[in-house]
Structure formats: structure tokens, C-alpha cells
Design a protein around this ligand. Structure first.
Ligand code: NXA
Ligand code: ZN
Length: 584
């Protein structure tokens, strides 16, 4: 009954429905471990990963029970479109890898730094010290303590992880795990890494301009004996555990202190903001553009605050359980950092909702950077002075040039400060996977990259007993990182396109697409594609261009770059890397 094609499609529809149930169940076991880090739950999560692959393989085989060769080949063709099974899935190495990843996640998420009997976790705790303290030695305790409490215990697992990842990559016909990760951006790895390097070189002068200004301010604050005039800066003074975002030291860097200053954290605390309120503000923005609202189940199923009675992975993440079940896991605090993170994660949730109707294989970002850019693009509108006034988080209403420079400085401390770190993490990891960085020089190679790109040095000497990459979530968490570097650039491309769609006539940095249904349609149409089309097609759908392009971020920050050039007339730009020895 019915043609071969119709019978095959009927099977694949049934297959999708069954497969969604299997994936939903497996996701729950991973969620169960991430929100309750017991060894029992680790075992269940590893078992579930193995059972899932076996169940999916069995499900596909059901199609072949139709005993008709032409239907079977049509089914295989349809299945290749509708879903995927990693070639290495179900192998003994993939089972061992799940166990190693679970243990590294647990070691990272339960890491502590103690002084005497008082012990601190990262969140809340050490990240708050890095954000608020202005005491050189207190900052040093938190920075050094966190690295002592994570790296060394993770390192042996990491060495095992690298070899398993490479074995599985080879089973899937990749030269190494880095090549497998880069393949998500297209099949020309060299062209991809050349493109990414080109973007960095375009933005490096601006970063060094910002670095020179911040170094001067930190030297004024902590003294020339701690912060040299021409060398790299001690890594623990930037308000962030990895010196990847400098917004928490904005108060030391405000260009015009007498003019309007955004202090979202202060306003949120004053207004007794709740965690739920932050999520509602973010959700409402998407809805105002005609995009999807999060389902009711989201509020019931999500973990929005750090649990009191169990250990959880606090690094924020958004989860697609399929079947319309989308969730959040975050140890949210009431501050600007987390206000931005909530919008970032709500961007992932929006993508899940928009491509939820696609075949399983297409329910993913056009490339991983697209997934990271959605929420941040919306944040560019949400954090404009105009919108913060609308939601009551900014009281003053000046919009002169000096207030604009104050505002652009805050944005640059988040977006420009991040670029070298976003770029270097996978420069290190790709070399670890291809073997040019070996366990004997993991840490030395890490700090060479950190000094070369970020212009920072460790405040205390480091040895190969340390494993500082292990003190950054994404390394033990096995989450690729170049996606964030690319996202920080393409999100301005997206914002420029959405502002055009919304009929914006203001300078790009003042544009907000709040309530613009045209902008919502432009964004929604691209999100619905998932990865059913190439990322170049998706980029064209939203911007009209087919490549990643830094001109939008350059346009957005131009007034600040000009201002910094003026400020840095007598400063040395860049840093001499001879002084990689710590300042003691
Ligand atoms: C930029 C990156 N964001 C994320 O993990 O969501 C980070 O936090 O390091
Ligand atoms: Zn993300």
C-alpha cells in the first residue's frame, strides 16, 4: 500500500516520534546527574548513554523488517536526512569517555578554595571575591585557591580524555578531535582557521588599545610595583576568575564619572529583583518581537538557583529535552553578569523552540556560534540606555557624547575584553588534540597563549604541577570554545541586520529592536532553519551576507576606539612578553 517513498516516509515519521522519546529519556539522566552530582547518578547517566545508542540502532533496524530492498534503501536515505548516529557511538571508548567526563565535571563543580577552616566554592563565593574585592592579596587568595582546588585533580583525567576523544575521532574518520570539532563550521578546516585568525587580527589593535587604558588605571590603583607600565598585567585584577570579562571593575574605569553611569546590579538589588524577575524580563523581550514565549513547563522543570541540599553543576546551561520540554540550569545571582547570562541562555531556549519542528538531525545551530549569538544579540538591545530606562533599570536620561563613551566602555569591557580569551582557548585545545602540546607542557603552553593574546601574566609562578586550563569550565566540561569568539563578532552583524529590519536610524550602539515584529520575523526565520541549510545560507537569511564580518562590531565601538587612541597618546600599546615572570 502506497509507493515506496510514502511507506519509507511513514516509517521515518514513526521513527522520529520513537527516537524523540529515547532522546528525552537520556537527556533526563544527564540532567539528573548535572543537578545532583552523586556517583549513583553518574552511573545512571553513563548507562543511559550506552542504552540510548543501542535503542536507536535497534529502532533503525525495525525499518528493515519491511523485507523490501527498495524500501530499505529509501528508508536509509530518509534516515540519513532525519537523524544521525555518531559513527563512534556505543564503542567501549565512548562508554569510558562518559565516565571520565562525568568525573571531571564533578571535580570542577565541587572545587573549593580554603583559607584555614573557611572554604569557598566558585559560585557563589570566589567569583564574588574576584568581582568585588580591590585587595591585591585577597584577590590572589581566590585566584590561586581556585586553581589549586581544580587543576591538579583534573589533570590525570584530562590526559585520558584527550586520548579517548582522539580514538573516537579517528573511528569517525577525523584526524583528531579538534578536526572533528572544526568540521561543524564546514569541511575546509584550514579556510575556517584562517578566517577566524583574520577576524582576530582585525580586532587586535582595538583590544590592545583597551588593554593599555585598563593597565594604566590598574597601575594607578595597585601601584607601579604590581602593574608595570609596558608589561603584561597580573591576571587576577580584572574582576573575573579568567580575566575574560572586565565589567566588574567598570567603577575603576568610567571615562566620565560625573556623567550617566549604568549600574544595573545596584538598581536590581535596590529593586529587590528576584531570579524569576530576571527571566521574565528576558522572556518578555523575545515575546515583544513576536517570538516564542517559554512554555509553562519551563518554570516547573528548570533549576534557576543553586540547590541547598545537593551538589550541582553551576555553570549556566540551556537544555533541549525535545518534545517541547526546554529547561535551564543556573545558580543565578542578582547582578549584571547574571542578567546578561540569563539573556544569553534564553537565546538558546528560543532557538530550541524555533527549530523544534525540524527533523532531529536539523535541530541544532546553523553552526555552534549561531547558537551562542542569539541571546547576546538580544542583549545588545536590552542593555541600551533606552531599554534599561523602559524596564526601570536606569534612572537618568542623559544621552550626550560623554555618556555614550561611558556606555560603550561598559560594553567593551564585556565584548572586546573577551576576544583574545575566546580566541586562545581552542588554539590551546586544538594543539593538545593534534599532539603538538603534550601533558609535559600543558600549563606552560597555556600561559604562553594567555600572555601573547590577553597581555596578562600569572600573579604567582606556575609549574607543570598546575593545570590552569582545568580551572575553566569548558576544558573539563569538554565544551568547544571558538564558538564564543565567533559569536561575539557575528552577534553585531545580526544586530545590525535586525536594526535595519526595525527601521532604526540611530547609531548602532543605541539601537534596540524591542517590540519590532519585523526584526522578530528576520531573526525567527533564520532560527527556524536550524542546521537544515549551511551556516552561510543562514547568515544570508538574516544579514544578506555570506561570511563572518567584523565591520559591524568595529562600527558599533568606533566612538570608543577613537576616544581610547586619544587617552593612550602617552601610553605604550601592547606588552613586552619578556616579563612573563610573575610580579612578586
Ligand atoms: C563565554 C562563555 N559563555 C558560556 O559558557 O555560556 C563563558 O562563560 O566562558
Ligand atoms: Zn551558550
Amino acid at each position: 500500500n502506497g509507493t515506496v517513498k510514502q511507506q519509507a516516509i511513514k516509517f521515518v515519521m514513526w521513527y522520529q516520534h520513537e527516537a524523540e522519546k529515547i532522546y528525552h529519556k537520556n537527556t533526563w539522566y544527564q540532567w539528573n546527574y548535572s543537578t545532583n552530582l552523586t556517583s549513583h547518578n553518574a552511573k545512571l547517566s553513563a548507562e543511559s548513554s550506552i542504552n540510548t545508542t543501542a535503542a536507536i540502532v535497534a529502532l533503525r533496524r525495525k525499518g528493515h523488517s519491511l523485507q523490501n530492498v527498495s524500501i530499505n534503501s529509501e528508508i536509509d536515505r530518509q534516515l540519513r536526512i532525519a537523524t544521525f548516529i555518531p559513527a563512534s557511538a556505543g564503542s567501549p571508548e565512548s562508554e569510558e569517555l562518559v565516565g571520565v567526563n562525568n568525573e571531571m565535571d564533578r571535580l570542577y563543580s565541587t572545587g573549593k578554595a580554603c583559607n584555614g577552616t573557611t572554604c569557598y566554592s566558585l559560585n557563589p563565593g570566589l567569583d564574588g571575591i574576584l568581582a568585588k574585592s580591590r585587595d591585591y592579596n585577597e584577590l590572589l587568595f581566590a585566584w590561586h585557591g581556585w586553581r589549586n582546588g581544580t587543576g591538579p585533580s583534573i589533570k590525570p583525567y584530562y590526559i585520558k580524555y584527550v586520548s579517548l576523544m582522539n580514538t573516537l575521532a579517528k573511528q569517525a574518520n577525523y584526524s583528531d578531535a579538534g578536526a572533528r570539532w572544526r568540521s561543524r563550521y564546514g569541511n575546509n578546516s584550514k579556510a575556517f582557521t584562517d578566517n577566524v585568525q583574520k577576524l582576530w587580527l582585525q580586532l587586535k589593535p582595538f583590544y590592545q588599545n583597551l588593554h593599555a587604558y585598563v593597565r594604566k588605571r590598574l597601575r594607578e590603583k595597585y601601584g607601579a610595583d604590581k602593574v608595570s607600565r609596558t608589561g603584561p598585567v597580573p591576571a587576577h585584577l580584572f574582576g573575573n576568575m579568567w580575566a575574560q570579562s572586565w565589567i566588574n571593575i567598570y567603577d575603576m574605569l568610567v571615562p566620565y564619572p560625573k556623567k550617566q553611569i549604568l549600574d544595573v546590579t545596584d538598581e536590581m538589588v535596590k529593586q529587590n529583583y528576584t531570579v524569576k524577575k530576571i527571566f521574565e524580563v528576558a522572556d518578555e523581550f523575545f515575546v515583544s518581537m513576536g517570538l516564542e514565549r517559554v512554555p509553562k513547563s519551563f518554570w516547573k522543570n528548570s533549576m534557576l538557583e543553586k540547590p541547598k541540599d545537593r551538589q550541582a553543576i553551576c555553570h549556566a546551561s540551556a537544555w533541549d529535552f525535545y518534545r517541547g520540554d526546554v529547561r535551564f540550569k543556573m545558580c543565578t545571582q542578582i547582578n549584571f553578569d547574571d542578567f546578561l547570562t540569563v539573556h544569553h541562555e534564553m537565546g538558546h531556549i528560543q532557538y530550541y523552540l524555533q527549530y523544534g519542528f525540524q527533523p532531529l538531525n536539523y535541530r541544532s545551530g546553523a553552526n555552534p556560534a549561531f547558537h551562542e549569538a542569539v541571546g547576546d544579540t538580544i542583549s545588545l538591545s536590552v542593555t541600551t540606555p533606552d531599554h534599561l530606562r523602559k524596564v526601570g533599570l536606569l534612572k537618568s536620561s542623559e544621552n550626550d557624547q560623554e555618556s555614550a563613551i561611558n556606555y560603550l566602555m561598559l560594553q567593551a569591557l564585556d565584548k572586546i575584553a573577551f576576544l583574545p580569551f575566546g580566541y586562545l582557548v581552542d588554539q590551546w585545545r586544538w594543539k593538545v588534540f593534534d599532539g603538538s602540546i603534550t601533558p609535559e607542557n600543558y600549563n606552560k603552553a597555556w600561559w604562553e597563549l594567555r600572555t601573547k593574546y590577553q597581555g596578562i601574566i600569572p600573579p604567582v609562578s606556575r609549574t607543570e604541577e598546575d593545570f590552569d586550563p582545568g580551572a575553566k569550565y569548558h576544558i573539563p566540561g569538554s565544551t568547544p570554545y571558538i564558538r564564543y569568539f565567533i559569536s561575539y563578532i557575528i552577534q553585531f552583524q545580526f544586530q545590525k541586520a535586525l536594526c535595519q529590519a526595525a527601521g532604526n536610524t540611530q547609531p548602532l550602539y543605541l539601537c534596540s529592536v524591542y517590540q519590532s515584529k519585523e526584526a522578530g520575523k528576520r531573526l525567527g526565520d533564520m532560527l527556524k532553519l536550524g542546521r537544515s541549510k549551511s551556516w552561510e545560507d543562514a547568515m544570508e537569511a538574516i544579514t544578506g551576507q555570506r561570511e563572518m564580518d567584523a565591520s559591524a562590531i568595529v562600527e558599533y565601538f568606533k566612538p570608543l576606539d577613537d576616544w581610547l587612541k586619544e587617552q593612550n597618546k602617552d601610553e605604550v600599546i601592547g606588552w613586552d612578553t619578556t616579563t612573563t615572570k610573575p610580579q612578586v
